[in-house]
Design a protein around this ligand. Structure first.
Ligand SMILES: Cc1cc2nc3c(=O)[nH]c(=O)nc-3n(C[C@H](O)[C@H](O)[C@H](O)COP(=O)(O)OP(=O)(O)OC[C@H]3O[C@@H](n4cnc5c(N)ncnc54)[C@H](O)[C@@H]3O)c2cc1C
Length: 473
């Protein structure tokens, strides 16, 4: 088995020298060492993942600055944890003790929008929403839309291969990446990919870095494919008396070749939470299905009519469709209100499993069993169109016993996900909380190949060590 060498960790004297080098690389104002300030960069949004104390947070302004930082850290054997906005839900951007957190937030230029070739070139710190708004002004659309789109960065989206609500029709981040610029552990600048629509020259290095969670290099630029702006969406909501009926509707919609631009599911617990939060017009359903079509006009009406028929045939108790934009937004507000509603009940912990679409019902029902066995609230919401479910555990984080049960529930849900033929993460990544689960899912050969790739690109284990997988058995 090939393993990168662990290297020695920084000593106090080496840290002082390193800080001088970092200031020379990015300017004194780009190096933060005040522990009250650096603590704000030490963890992401996953409450259960471990986080250490960085020796500094460094905010470069260009690729040359990143290269200089990487070379200094490599020479000092100081690990680097790349970071975007810290909105991640796997602890992937969490600091480890003595590391440099390399935050790309200040590299936030949209370098180019090229409508004739339908592409954009951006720096990693650009916020997803800012890119969407900028290209929209040119009549274009950047589809990947994680729910955190108003604050997460393109660099973070690339490194986690982020998904979102529109994946069912448009795919995930990787489907929109043409090429990358990456600073390697050697400090060299690697350019992958292309600006053309097609291209098969060499290994697909671009996709090796997409989803690599900051373990292989630092993304400093991306060339992204764009689409024409779709039509304003028409929206449909269907409520079901049983989860199984909702599952049947999803299966029929997929089997019959319908491609909604959004298909979300809410289970009984999330419906109740939203109802208590103020959306009083929701009925006492066991499951809600929300669908959209962005095909426009008559085509959208036909698509939603077919979806309506599938829902009714599956036993929907109520189906309502509208092409009024404001009304559609209001219907979708229920889905968007789930996390704020759960937040009023306690600390939320979102799990992330992707199961075959035919197994969505089982995943929801087995999450209910886990909740009652462990005496917790678990609300399941998810992207029904692609089977990516987010059972969200609500618990009292001031109680060690409840926290332990929440952790247990988190793992039990992953177990169920694998048993149902799914994967332990559909979009949030492995990070510092699912390493053992990745090892289980990919097996010893898969893990060894991961380690060989890491050893080839990052032989001294400089980038995000311990995240995603470890080098110990
Ligand atoms: C309320 C909420 C809703 C969410 N909804 C979704 C959703 O619908 N879909 C989804 O996919 N995710 C979702 N997320 C998770 C999170 O927003 C995404 O994972 C997002 O892509 C992270 O972006 P970030 O800029 O915050 O990255 P960070 O959290 O800072 O980092 C994430 C990973 O990327 C690495 N990284 C960051 N920048 C770079 C770079 N330039 N080069 C190399 N590595 C880098 C980090 O090391 C880390 O491994 C949600 C999170 C929250 C809090």
């Amino acid at each position: 088995m090939v393993r990168p060498s662990g290297g020695g960790r920084a000593t106090v004297g080496r840290v002082t020298g390193l800080l001088d080098e970092l200031r020379a690389a990015v300017g004194a104002d780009g190096v933060l060492t005040d522990s009250d300030v650096t603590a704000g960069y030490a963890r992401d949004m996953m409450p259960l993942a471990p986080a250490g104390t960085p020796c500094a947070v460094v905010l470069p302004r260009d690729a040359a600055g990143v290269q200089a930082v990487v070379r200094s850290c490599a020479a000092n054997r100081t690990p680097i944890v790349p970071r975007g906005a810290g909105s991640g839900l796997s602890g992937a951007a969490n600091a480890i003790d003595g590391c440099v957190v390399l935050c790309l937030a200040k590299m936030n230029n949209i370098i180019e929008v090229d409508p004739d070739n339908r592409l954009a070139v951006v720096e990693p710190g650009v916020v997803n929403l800012e890119l969407r708004e900028a290209v929209e002004k040119r009549g274009l659309f950047y589809p990947p839309d994680p729910s955190s789109y108003d604050w997460c960065t393109i660099g973070g989206n690339l490194a986690t291969n982020a998904g979102g609500l529109c994946c069912v029709k448009y795919g995930v981040t990787t489907d929109f990446v043409l090429g990358l610029e990456v600073v390697l552990a050697s400090g060299e600048l690697l350019r992958t990919g292309r600006r053309t629509v097609k291209g098969v020259a060499g290994y697909d290095l671009t996709r090796l870095f997409v989803g690599s969670e900051g373990t292989l290099g630092v993304i400093t630029r991306a060339t992204l494919a764009l689409r024409p702006i779709p039509q304003a969406p028409a929206t449909l909501v269907a409520s079901f008396g049983t989860t199984a009926a909702a599952g049947r509707a999803v299966a029929t919609i997929i089997r019959e070749g319908m491609v909604p631009s959004l298909m979300e599911i809410m289970d009984r617990t999330s419906i109740r939470a939203v109802q208590n939060f103020g959306h009083t017009d929701l009925d006492n359903a066991a499951a809600l299905l929300l669908c959209q079509s962005d095909s426009g006009g008559e085509v959208a009406r036909r698509e939603l009519a077919a979806i309506e028929q599938a829902c009714s045939a599956a036993g929907a108790e109520l189906v309502y469709a509208t092409d009024d934009l404001a009304e559609g937004r209001l219907l979708l507000a229920a889905r968007r209100a789930v996390l704020p509603a759960l937040e009023t009940l306690g600390t939320w912990l979102t799990d992330d499993v992707c199961v075959p679409r035919t197994a969505i019902t089982s995943l929801i029902e087995r999450s209910e069993s886990i909740a009652s066995r462990l005496g917790l609230t678990i609300a399941v919401v998810g992207h029904a169109g692609d089977g990516n479910m987010h059972p969200t555990i609500v618990y009292d984080s001031s109680s060690p016993d409840e926290t332990a049960r929440a952790h247990q529930a988190f793992n039990d849900i992953l177990e169920v996900g694998l048993e149902l033929g799914g994967t332990v993460t559909g979009e949030h990544g492995v990070g510092k909380i699912k390493q053992d689960w990745l090892a289980r899912e990919i097996g010893p050969v898969g893990l060894d190949v991961h380690r060989r790739i890491k050893a080839a690109l990052d032989p001294h284990n400089l980038f995000n060590p311990g995240s995603m997988f470890s080098f110990d058995d």
